[in-house]
Design a protein around this ligand. Structure first.
Ligand code: TGC
Ligand code: FAD
Length: 389
């Protein structure tokens, strides 16, 4: 029999094929060698390393699950494993990849014109061009149908007015995918290019979570865009919600990665930290915590892999993505907090990853549909009774 691996107690590695293992190892190596040595300073400064887009582009990770236009055409499971490894580094790193590939690029790939795809996707896949996705507004978060951003038709195109808030990569973006309601009451998507008069993207400061990530407002003050910048296939809220589905899928894996990083840090620490003349891993209370974490990490990873296989088979439903986010994000928070206790005072510092992950996961619990929204999506699926209003 294969030996028991404390970091993979139910031998999930054996479920991966060679290509998946290669992608997983490549991303893990990048995170460990290039990203982890600098993450604490970026978390403290509230920034991301320069050139992160090009790095991820060179690794072929941006929009990797999309076909054509310079994208890798990888499987959903391979994309998920990438998110897992990136988020084992930091949720901010995975967010960068999610927003670029699953939100901005997916929106153009799924709902854009041929010309828009040719113009934007190859550069975005290389990380030379950065995208963001503006759906949330100051008064419309969980209920995007209440958006106030308006698109008014002119002779040559559209005029956009409104404010988007909490937009990841907003100030870095060359192109913002902005969702707005037309005078006919339809939700449409528009590509707003950096530098367009009336458009600005000020950075939002003061976050205590997801600090290694740029979060911005998008201000649209009589911004004129041509008809060729409207996503022609997107005519209702279904379009932005379809993009969310892609990003939520990545988060199911990503959260398992953050949890794994916390478990690994706690296990390592517990085996070497001596109190009362023996390693704290030798005490029953610590072992109970370590076992609980190991089981939660493995169950989350198993669930993510299962949903990945379903997505690759074309059978994954949106409610099942909600199931994954519901379970894996809240579980990761439990694991991060338990890990923090094992590290004692060291656990509250940036020298170790556990409180950084715990803090980040508060954002992950809220964005891409709050935990409560996914509860209601599942509640409706289970009972047949919508309870949103
Ligand atoms: P509802 O009437 O249910 O649906 C409208 C249309 O959309 C379709 N649909 C979906 N399609 C694909 N994927 C999904 N997940 C979908 N959910 C709904 C639906 O079939 C319908 O289609 P059609 O053709 O019949 O028109 O819409 P509703 O207004 O009642 O909303 C339902 C609700 C509450 C579930 C939805 O509004 C929701 O999911 N709210 C949460 C909002 C949210 O998640 N915002 C995220 C913003 S982006 C972000 O957070 C990025 S963080 C990124 C990072 O840094 O990693
Ligand atoms: P609200 O919707 O006001 O919710 C507040 C509370 O009320 C929550 O607990 C919620 O679950 C609860 N609630 C709401 N309605 C109900 C109900 N019917 N029943 C029960 N409880 C309810 N958005 C983007 O568009 N693009 C981005 O790139 C992006 N990046 C983000 C990055 C970060 C770091 C963060 C924190 C957010 C980001 N968001 C982004 C926004 C995110 O999607 C929203 O914050 C999220 O959808 C919740 O909206 P809200 O904050 O307005 O909370």
């Amino acid at each position: 029999l294969p030996t028991f691996d404390p970091l993979d107690p139910i031998a999930l590695d054996a479920q991966l094929d060679d290509e998946e293992r290669l992608i997983r190892s490549t991303v893990r190596q990048y995170v460990r060698e290039k990203f982890l040595p600098v993450v604490a300073e970026h978390f403290e400064a509230g920034s991301l390393p320069d050139g992160i887009g090009r790095d991820l582009g060179q690794l072929g990770l941006l929009g990797m699950h999309l076909e054509g236009y310079g994208c890798a055409g990888a499987s959903a499971t391979a994309y998920g494993l990438t998110c897992l490894e990136l988020e084992a580094g930091d949720s901010g790193l995975r967010s960068f990849c999610s927003v670029q590939g699953s939100l901005a690029m997916f929106a153009i790939h799924r709902w854009g014109s041929e010309e828009q795809k040719q113009r934007w996707l190859p550069g975005m896949a290389e990380g030379e061009l950065i995208g963001c996705f503006g759906l949330t507004e100051p008064d419309a978060g969980s209920n995007p149908a209440a958006m106030r951003t308006r698109a008014k038709r002119t002779d040559t195109g559209w005029v956009l007015n409104g404010t988007k808030m909490w937009i990841t990569n907003g100030s870095l973006a060359d192109v913002a995918v902005v969702w707005a309601r037309t005078e006919e009451g339809k939700v449409n998507g528009f590509l707003v290019e950096r530098g367009t008069p009336g458009f600005s993207a000020p950075v939002m400061h003061g976050k205590l979570s997801l600090r290694a990530s740029v979060t911005s407002e998008l201000v649209l003050d009589n911004v004129e865009v041509p008809e060729t910048n409207r996503l022609p296939e997107a005519t209702s809220l279904r379009a932005p919600l379809s993009c969310l589905n892609e990003a939520r899928f990545g988060i199911v894996f990503g959260a398992a990665g953050a949890a794994r990083a916390c478990y690994e840090a706690a296990l390592d620490y517990a085996k070497t930290r001596v109190q009362f003349e023996k390693p704290i891993a030798g005490y029953q209370l610590t072992q109970a915590k370590l076992v609980d974490m190991a089981v939660k990490v493995s169950n989350s990873t198993l669930l993510a892999l299962h949903l990945g296989r379903m997505k690759d088979a074309g059978t994954l439903r949106t409610e099942q993505v909600s199931y994954g986010k519901y379970h894996n994000v809240s579980t990761a928070i439990d694991v991060a907090r338990t890990a923090r206790t094992i590290l004692g005072a060291n656990g509250v510092t940036l020298e170790y990853p556990v409180l950084r992950h715990a803090n980040n996961l508060e954002s992950v619990l809220t964005y891409e549909g709050t935990h409560e929204m996914h509860t209601l999506i599942l509640g409706q699926a289970i009972t047949g009774l919508p309870a949103f209003t």
